[in-house]
Design a protein around this ligand. Structure first.
Ligand SMILES: Cc1ncc(COP(=O)(O)O)c(C=O)c1O
Length: 450
């Protein structure tokens, strides 16, 4: 039935989406030439209707750590459906949520004692905000400039960049941001002892900014000193992305709150979770009356739980966390050589398979660069993303609004050959990106899209 329907309506993808969902987004995709009709996906690859293979460096914004359409996760989902498991009784529980909580807590520091499941990353963050406030009896939340925590109103209030925030105010009261890496600014905020939680990504996703040495350890210490919960947002960095199961392991941190989502279900079904210290649980779910103080109808549902269990198993079995660490080093080393070859590459950075390349005007000066930047800050990175896709069949993204940064979050099943292909493609594209003809084409397309 579904197969026939998809065959019958094949090719109408963009037209239908424009008609019923979001025509503006379709204009953007058409303008930059990303309006391919996709026919299937496997591992680190997407295939269009002509069978052309694309390397997925974007990884669904980091939700396909175990690879797209991972057969083991799929088998677990099919099995769960066939077993007709008795999930979501609501006034009663099934076995799968408890099993996934057990597996998550087995893999995290003892300080984390309880799990609250959600349906997405932003919901896990919302839970951290609400539970953090209730557990401490404090109202304020501090987060980091450039931080990203999701797009619902609470998470949005914690976001540290104006782009997602403007037009949606007023935001929640009691939120403030400190520069990522600035311990003095953090202490200044915490000193008043009215901050419920400090919410921070261990590696900032927007821009892929790594923390300065010692920062996160000292931030955790400051939180402990002033009675603030230390909340680490692992929605993007978790599940092996940075070469550890959770990024906080790189620094031996013991957070009070940890948010996860994205790859927890292998990218198949919406899922999220908030891992919390006993103190947080006890402070919120402190009586029979408060036993269901926070939750959501679909969380936890058996399909998400089955996918979560299979994903953790797959990360272990296929040794994907180690693979992310090893291939991340290879990716950094090979792409750093491009920084030597091209003046316009300012820096290559990353941790595991969370990778970025930052561009800047060459020291010798470049008219093309300045013209582009005047049109729109960060446009050069778009000049790289577009031909990477159209010519070299690599799907990537700019790391954030108006950032001259190219970003990669590939499935952790990436191969060394993929990295070789990527480096060759980048070398070609960066070399050509600043040429006047490319510049004129881009200006024209940008003007048409307005
Ligand atoms: C660090 C971080 N937190 C929260 C979110 C929000 O997750 P979701 O898109 O599942 O709501 C994201 C999404 O990109 C993220 O990167």
């Amino acid at each position: 039935m579904l197969k026939e329907l998809l065959e019958e309506r094949s090719g109408e993808d963009y037209e239908l989406y424009a008609r019923g969902i979001n025509p503006q987004f379709m204009r953007v995709l058409r303008t930059i030439g990303f309006d391919r009709v996709w026919s299937r996906a496997e591992g680190q690859y997407l295939y269009d209707e002509d069978g052309t293979r694309f390397l997925d460096l974007l990884g669904g914004f980091g939700m396909f750590n175990v690879g797209r359409n991972n057969p083991h996760v799929r088998a677990a989902l099919v099995e769960a459906l066939e077993l007709e498991t008795p999930g979501s009784v609501q006034l009663g529980v099934s076995l799968l949520p408890g099993l996934l909580a057990e597996e998550l807590l087995k893999r995290t520091p003892d300080r984390l004692a309880r799990v609250l499941f959600t349906n997405s990353g932003t919901e896990a963050v919302e839970a951290a905000l609400k539970l953090g406030r209730a557990a401490t009896g404090r109202a304020r939340v501090v987060s980091a400039v450039h931080g990203f925590h999701g797009l619902t109103l609470g998470s949005l209030s914690a976001n540290g960049g104006p782009h997602f925030v403007e037009r949606f105010g007023p935001l929640l009261p009691g939120f403030s941001q400190v520069p990522f890496g600035d311990l003095d600014a953090l202490e200044q905020e915490l000193r008043s002892e009215d901050v419920a939680l400090f919410l921070v990504e261990p590696v900032q996703g927007h821009g892929v900014y790594l923390p300065p040495d010692g920062y996160l350890t000292a931030a955790q210490q400051l939180c402990r000193s002033y009675g603030t919960l230390f909340a680490v947002d692992e929605v993007q960095t978790g599940l092996g992305r940075t070469g550890k199961l959770f990024a906080f392991e790189h620094w031996g941190l013991e957070p009070d709150l940890v948010t996860v989502a994205k790859s927890l279900s292998g990218g198949y079904v919406p899922v999220g979770a908030l891992l919390m210290a006993q103190r947080v649980y006890d402070g919120v779910f402190d009586s029979l009356e408060h036993s269901v103080s926070h939750g959501s109808t679909f969380a936890p549902n058996d399909l998400a739980m089955a996918a979560g269990l299979a994903t953790l198993h797959e990360l272990d079995e296929a040794r994907l966390v180690e693979r992310a660490a090893r291939l991340g080093d290879v990716l950094l080393e090979r792409t750093r050589s491009l920084a030597e070859a091209h003046d316009v590459v300012r820096e290559v950075r990353g941790l595991g398979l969370m990778w970025a390349m930052e561009f800047a005007e060459p020291e010798s000066g470049s008219l093309s660069w300045r013209v582009l930047e005047r049109m729109q800050t960060g446009l050069f990175a778009q000049l790289v993303v577009v031909p990477l896709f159209t010519k070299h069949h690599i799907l990537s993204q700019v790391a954030g609004h108006e950032l001259p940064v190219l970003k990669g979050l590939p499935p952790l099943v990436l191969s060394e050959e993929d990295i070789v292909d990527l480096v060759r493609a980048l070398d070609d594209v960066i070399g050509k990106a600043g040429r006047p003809a490319r510049l004129a084409g881009m200006a024209l397309r940008a003007a048409r899209a307005r």
